[in-house]
Design a protein. Structure first.
Length: 333
């Protein structure tokens, strides 16, 4: 079986946290092996009788003994030199590692650390495709709220945005409601908003290293191409998709032109870019923070929640709670 990568990362790793984790890992991973072989025993009993159970039980003992945890030197330690990183490879499939590590997350996160999981396919040589959300992921802001501030509707729009990202509102309906408040703004507001956008910490480092590695980068946003495209150009991002604000005679008309970039379109976009680049879907990574990203996270080879809402953290394959997006470099090896 190919190895899954486990990463412990943060500003400073307390030796006790690391020691406790290393003590617990063999136990929780052995539990997974035992559960897996117990199921095999049950299936064998149904199909072949008691003799098969004895053989399956013997196999279970062998499986428990075969649990392997091997330290690994982080490849991108130099690019994350101000962070502590520990990595181990384990011979358990990533989905099962994730389920078994849930009980270890609370003390790790309480210590300001993240415990991340990477499937083996992403560690192989060759290009990968990394697709990230924009608002509250690539950037620290919500562009619709920056625009709404100029229209005097910032507070009301922020409340709708928050509910939509928690999955409490239909995204298309909430987007239409929020964009309608922008009616009458001059298109010159784009430059003002672009100037006020704040990149998430680590974004420039992440993009620089990914490009040097030969990886592809895409951004797909439920926000607006008028703001997102200049960001993508500045960061040398390969692919960009976002909504287009409708205008009339140089003023926003309060609507969106074309297909709305919702959760389904985000997932379709990831698959489209994977086909276009020839990157297998198992070598794709999607990063997002809100309910609008859930389909994309599920479609990717690895779905990463970034400072995400609880519903997104629960659904993602792994979750970054650190405020730096270049922590993703540790995830990819």
């Amino acid at each position: 079986m190919r190895a899954t990568l486990i990463t412990l990362i943060g500003p400073r790793i307390d030796p006790k946290i690391e020691s406790d984790l290393l003590t617990a890992l063999p136990r929780v991973l052995a539990m997974e092996k035992t559960a897996q072989t117990a199921l095999q025993s049950a299936n064998a009993a149904v199909e072949q009788g008691d003799a098969a159970v004895e053989r399956a039980d013997a196999a279970a003992e062998h499986e428990d003994a075969a649990v392997e945890i091997t330290p690994r030197l982080p490849i991108h330690a130099a690019q994350l030199s101000d962070l502590d990183i520990r990595q181990w490879q384990v011979n358990i499939p990533p989905a099962r590692v994730r389920s078994q590590l849930q009980e270890l997350l609370a003390p790790v996160r309480a210590a300001g650390l993240d415990l991340l999981i990477t499937p083996a396919a992403l560690l192989d040589a060759g290009p990968r495709l990394i697709v990230t959300d924009v608002d509250s992921t690539l950037i620290r802001d919500e562009v619709i709220e920056l625009l709404a501030d100029h229209a005097g509707s910032g507070r009301a729009v922020a409340q709708v945005t928050e509910a939509a990202m928690r999955g409490e509102l239909d995204f298309k309906e909430s987007l239409a409601q929020r964009v309608s408040t922008l009616r009458g703004l001059p298109v010159s507001v784009y430059e003002q908003v672009h100037a006020s956008v704040r990149l998430t910490a680590g974004v420039e480092n992440l993009c620089r290293v990914l490009k040097r590695n030969g990886d592809y980068i895409g951004v797909v946003s439920g926000g607006f191409i008028e703001i997102v495209q200049p960001l993508s150009d500045a960061l040398s991002i390969d692919f960009t998709r976002a909504n287009h604000l409708a205008t009339t005679d140089g003023y926003l008309s309060g609507g969106v032109d074309g297909t709305v970039v919702d959760r389904e379109v985000k997932a379709q976009t990831l698959r489209e870019w994977a086909r276009q680049t020839g990157v297998p879907i198992e070598r794709t990574i999607a990063v997002g923070d809100g309910a609008n990203d859930l389909d994309m996270l599920a479609a990717a080879g690895l779905g990463v929640a970034f400072n995400a809402k609880p519903v997104v953290q629960a659904a993602a394959d792994t979750a970054i709670t650190n405020s730096r997006l270049d922590v993703l470099l540790a995830v990819i090896g």
